[in-house]
Design a protein around this ligand. Structure first.
Ligand code: 6PG
Length: 248
């Protein structure tokens, strides 16, 4: 099944409102599932405020930590202690204080190559999912968080890179990044990321305005091709809104 074409655009005032809207959507996904929950986090700076909010009493006390599993959509090939490591950032801000370590699923960065890391993470995801093939009726993730880079990349899927068209594999190695930090990456593919009930993009600040104008212009950028089989939602603050914004 093709991913749904429809996207919802939600605009909010500022980064504080954006983090709160994202946290509330994350809680709604948690509340909607009484069984095991899988959330795929993202790296970069955009989700930091959201992660900090999840650590506050208002949210952390409502999260059933024993039932929520935390994954990451892409990783930079640096050791876990490196500040550039995406999962380390999430761990430091909120996960390590509240989530059981067996529920935190980082992409391994100690493998011999990004491809080997990717294979190991694909095996871990398939074991968690309980099958080698994704079924539309049973999404891999409840929620996938995403960001958009200045070149239109999302996760570590860069424009015109082979990862963009990967239809079979769930995770691939990316030997060279298109933007800083220029370290090899490992990324979930659009195929794996699409298998979710909701894909939630966060874009805030004036720096995102130019790329959002291109996204809304319909360019076939990775961030434009990333769609959930369920809901795809873009949360955008006023500063990031292109002048001609009319939603979709
Ligand atoms: C990464 C990210 C990447 C990020 C975008 C946006 O590893 O860098 O996962 O896809 O989401 O580059 O980054 P910012 O939020 O820092 O703008």
């Amino acid at each position: 099944m093709a991913a749904a074409d429809h996207r919802q655009w939600i605009t909010v005032g500022d980064t504080g409102a954006l983090a709160k809207a994202a946290a509330d959507r994350l809680m709604a996904r948690i509340d909607a599932n009484e069984a095991r929950i899988a959330i795929c986090l993202t790296g970069g700076s955009s989700p930091k405020q959201l992660y900090a909010l999840l650590a506050t009493e208002a949210y952390r006390d409502r999260i059933p930590w024993d039932r929520v599993h935390w994954f990451i959509g892409d990783e930079r090939c640096v050791p876990p202690a490196d500040p550039l490591n995406n999962m380390a950032m999430a761990r430091k801000i909120f996960l390590d204080a509240y989530a059981p370590s067996s529920n935190i699923h980082p992409i391994p960065t100690d493998a011999a190559s990004p491809d080997e890391s990717a294979e190991r993470y694909a095996r871990a995801l398939k074991s968690f999912y309980g099958a080698d093939r994704l079924e539309d009726a049973r999404p891999l993730f409840d929620l996938v968080l995403m960001g958009v880079g200045p070149d239109g990349h999302t996760a570590s899927i860069f424009p015109d890179y082979p990862a963009l068209n990967e239809a079979e594999r769930w995770v691939v190695g990316v030997p060279k990044a298109n933007v800083e930090p220029f370290v090899p990456r490992v990324t979930l593919t659009l195929t794996a990321l699409a298998s979710c009930r909701e894909m939630l993009f966060e874009a805030a600040g004036h720096d995102k305005r130019a790329i959002l104008a291109r996204v809304l212009g319909g360019e076939p950028l990775p961030a434009n091709r990333a769609r959930s089989h369920g809901e795809t939602v873009w949360l955008v603050d006023q500063a990031a809104l292109p002048e001609n914004f009319r939603g979709e």
